[in-house]
Structure formats: structure tokens, C-alpha cells
Write a protein that binds this ligand. Structure first.
Ligand code: HEC
Length: 130
């Protein structure tokens, strides 16, 4: 009988600790989201050189550069290639993790909403070399 009570206590402690731990995590995420929302994100009149290219350089060039073998044969340092991928829907598909597209950056965290919306605005304005 004593053993059963000890076991029940152990199980209860583990459950309590897990619940506290998980709550801690969800609180942390909430705070992150809130600070993200408070950050000013300019997504109007986005231009290639000033706004889009730096995002690609930081998040994509490591695999899609102009080296010997860019992933999927796509060299995103070349504006013409970026334009093609923007116009055929691949670019927005891969960065928004849309169904049917390989999620980019490959095996890495999704771009921030701010960066995605900057690229989306540039595409909607005709993906110009500006
Ligand atoms: C760690 C390496 C890596 C990074 C970083 C990366 N990619 Fe990729 N990319 C790949 C691989 C691997 C494939 C081929 C995936 C497949 O076909 O399943 C690919 C394929 C693609 C394709 C072709 C999709 C298709 O349907 O054919 C596009 C477009 C693309 N990536 C864009 C990007 C963009 C934009 C970024 C940055 C936001 C990025 N990638 C970052 C490795 C990477």
C-alpha cells in the first residue's frame, strides 16, 4: 500500500512539473509573438536592391549562390533567375511553405512574416529590377 502511494506521488509530481514546463514554453512564445508584432515592418514599395536582395543574401545564397552547383540549379544571385522564380509562383510558394512546394530555407526556420511580406509586396509590384 505504501508503495502505491509513493508511486502515485511520483506520477503526480512528474505531471505537475511537465505542465509547469510546457506553460513556461507557451508563455515564452506569446512574448516572442508580441515583440514581433510591436516591431515596425515596412512592406510598402519594396525594391529589389534595398529590400529583397539582402533577405535572399542572408537566407538563400548559401545554397543558391553562383558556386559550381547551386541547389536545384537555381542561382538566386542572378536577378533573371529570381525574376523567373517570382513570376512562376515558386518563390512565394517555397517561402510561405505552401502545399506542393519544398519549404525554404531548406531544413531551416521559416523567414519572418516581415521578410515574407516584403518579398510578397515586391512580387506584387511586378518583381522589378529596381
Ligand atoms: C540549406 C540549403 C538551402 C537554403 C538555405 C535554401 N535552399 Fe532552396 N533549395 C534547396 C534544395 C536542397 C532544393 C531542392 C528541394 C527539392 O526539390 O525538394 C531547393 C529548391 C529551391 C527552389 C525550387 C523549388 C521548386 O519547386 O523547384 C526554390 C525556388 C528555392 N529553393 C528557393 C529558395 C529561397 C528563396 C531560399 C531562401 C529564402 C532558399 N531556397 C534557401 C536548398 C536550400
Amino acid at each position: 500500500m505504501k508503495n502505491i502511494i509513493v508511486n502515485v506521488c511520483l506520477v503526480l509530481s512528474v505531471v505537475t512539473i511537465s505542465v509547469l514546463f510546457l506553460e513556461g514554453c507557451s508563455k515564452a512564445n506569446e512574448t516572442d509573438l508580441q515583440s514581433g508584432n510591436n516591431t515596425v515592418c515596412d512592406t510598402v514599395n519594396m525594391a529589389y536592391q534595398a529590400d529583397v536582395q539582402p533577405i535572399l543574401a542572408k537566407n538563400c545564397y548559401s545554397c543558391h549562390g553562383d558556386g559550381a552547383a547551386p541547389q536545384a540549379g537555381i542561382n538566386l544571385k542572378d536577378y533573371g533567375t529570381v525574376k523567373t522564380q517570382a513570376d512562376n509562383g515558386n518563390l512565394i510558394g517555397v517561402i510561405t511553405h505552401a502545399p506542393g512546394y519544398p519549404a525554404m530555407p531548406f531544413n531551416l526556420p521559416k523567414l519572418s512574416d516581415c521578410d515574407i511580406n516584403k518579398i510578397r509586396d515586391w512580387i506584387n509590384r511586378g518583381a522589378q529590377n529596381n
